[in-house]
Design a protein around this ligand. Structure first.
Ligand SMILES: Cc1cc2nc3c(=O)[nH]c(=O)nc-3n(C[C@H](O)[C@H](O)[C@H](O)COP(=O)(O)OP(=O)(O)OC[C@H]3O[C@@H](n4cnc5c(N)ncnc54)[C@H](O)[C@@H]3O)c2cc1C
Length: 434
């Protein structure tokens, strides 16, 4: 466990290490002092300062020149379709042949904190230094056995214990499919009667779900339940709603996730707001399974749950955020998005509604290694920001890394946003040093 004072100590060590190695971190002792003040006395800026997502100096202050170069190379490599196709298999072979270090120093280093919580501490400290919180995300995707489910459940509870009492790790998170069998969630979602074995299995599964939420309540750590495929989401919603009713007694501890790419989610949100009186927590996202949802609906001949177009998804995203703000007395929200306009809109709405930028009920969140220009500029302006920091054994997080690589591949030959921003910062540093 890392205490605040030992964090400062570790952080001093990281900075000294960086100075010795002549990295261009553009920071000094005042940053450490400000970090300590920030997390002991609250964020260092409140009110509503100007935000600029163009400020790449803020966005990449935590990256050395060498790291920026490496990141640029990595994002460039995502533009080779052949690499995207064979990359995941190659990565697995490389690990088996003993070249794990190759993966670990490249794509893994960009998007993951480490193989364990302990290994992720350097990433946590670097984020902390820029007033960005960490959400430890155990990203192992693997077998569906009771043993694996139990191990995953224990690891998620470990992330909660790690976060306890640490303002720089403001949330924990988990995916229900990490602890409950997919086919069982599907049956429950569809209201299909369970046989005796399944009934027993469901009882054990619910118990795991509850043990995670109870640990979050006992340790006073906010907890996200990630949203997944629509055909298992009813069961996840039911569990999350039950846990919110039980554990959100004096504030939002359990947060359910709402995917606004679904055309029925705004109504779902309105309904839950009307039908409950407890504290509620929502992570508002657009949704990660669009192609899969559409393909399944087409194959099985039912109406796709996905909005007809992106504009409808954006409209409902904004409306959902608005609805939460209107009910802010008992609703806490996290905008889980890499969309600049959505992030800016929420910041503006907070100002309109006279909500302080550091209000504990409102958070912005992005993934590690992506959209640093949003995370670090918002945090610099005093907003609450936390990044998912995925971790797990290299081999087990390859599916996660593959999704990040695909997401960042070029659209019709265009330079992706991440690469463009990195190049912009490299140019800025170069022009400064001439
Ligand atoms: C911190 C964080 C947590 C997340 N948690 C979850 C989670 O629990 N569950 C989950 O499913 N996803 C989750 N996501 C992923 C998220 O849902 C999006 O896939 C991703 O963030 C891209 O959307 P965006 O808002 O960042 O930006 P944008 O680039 O503006 O939006 C892209 C998204 O818009 C939607 N979209 C695109 N085209 C269309 C169209 N034609 N019609 C309808 N919709 C369209 C899709 O959802 C697509 O992913 C999370 C993301 C973050 C940053």
């Amino acid at each position: 466990m890392i205490s605040i004072s030992s964090q400062c100590h570790h952080f001093g060590f990281i900075l000294n290490f960086c100075r010795i190695h002549c990295f261009n971190f553009e920071c000094d002792q005042t940053c450490i002092n400000r970090f300590s003040e920030s997390y002991i006395c609250g964020p260092y800026m409140a009110g509503h300062p100007e935000i600029s997502f163009d400020n790449t100096a803020n966005a990449f202050r935590h990256k050395s020149n060498a790291e920026l170069k490496k990141a640029a190379l990595l994002f460039k490599s995502f533009n080779f379709p052949i690499l995207l196709k064979v990359g995941p298999a190659l990565a697995k072979v490389a690990v088996f042949l003993g070249f794990k270090g190759l993966i670990k120093n490249t794509i893994f280093a960009q998007f993951c904190g480490g193989e364990t919580i302990e290994e992720s501490s350097v990433a946590i400290q670097l984020l902390t230094h820029s007033h960005v919180g960490t959400i430890l995300d155990y990203s192992v995707e693997g077998e569906e056995t009771e043993t694996v489910f139990k191990e995953t459940c224990a690891e998620i509870i470990k992330t909660i214990h790690t976060a306890a009492g640490k303002p720089n790790i403001p949330f924990s998170v988990f995916k229900t499919t990490g602890i409950i069998r997919f086919a069982l969630l599907e049956k429950v979602s569809n209201g299909i009667a369970l046989n005796a074995d399944e009934t027993k299995e469901w009882a054990g599964s619910r118990q795991r779900f509850e043990s995670i939420c109870k640990a979050a309540f006992d340790k006073d750590v906010r907890l996200f339940v990630d949203a997944e495929e629509s055909w298992i989401q009813n069961a996840i919603d039911q569990l999350a709603e039950e846990m919110m009713a039980k554990y959100n007694t004096h504030k939002a501890i359990v947060f359910n996730t709402i995917q606004m790419y679904r055309h029925d989610r705004l109504a779902y949100l309105q309904n839950i707001l009307q039908s409950t009186t407890t504290f509620l927590g929502f992570k508002i996202v657009r949704g990660a399974y669009m192609e899969k949802e559409r393909e399944r609906a087409a194959q099985m001949g039912y109406q796709s749950p996905i909005q007809p177009d992106k504009a409808s998804c954006d409209r409902d995203y904004d409306a959902a955020v608005d609805l939460c703000l209107q009910n802010i007395q008992r609703v806490a929200i996290c905008a889980g998005t890499h969309n600049e306009a959505s992030s800016m809109l929420l910041a503006n709405k907070m100002a309109e509604n006279n909500i302080q930028s550091n209000d504990e009920r409102i958070w912005f969140s992005q993934l590690l290694g992506m959209s640093d220009h949003i995370s670090f500029n918002l945090a610099h302006a005093g907003y609450n920001v936390a990044k998912y920091v995925p971790y797990g054994p290299v081999l087990a997080v390859i599916p996660y890394l593959t999704r990040r690589a695909r997401e960042n591949s070029s659209v019709a030959g265009q330079v992706g946003r991440e690469l463009r921003l990195i190049q912009q910062e490299m140019l800025r540093r170069k022009s400064k040093s001439v």
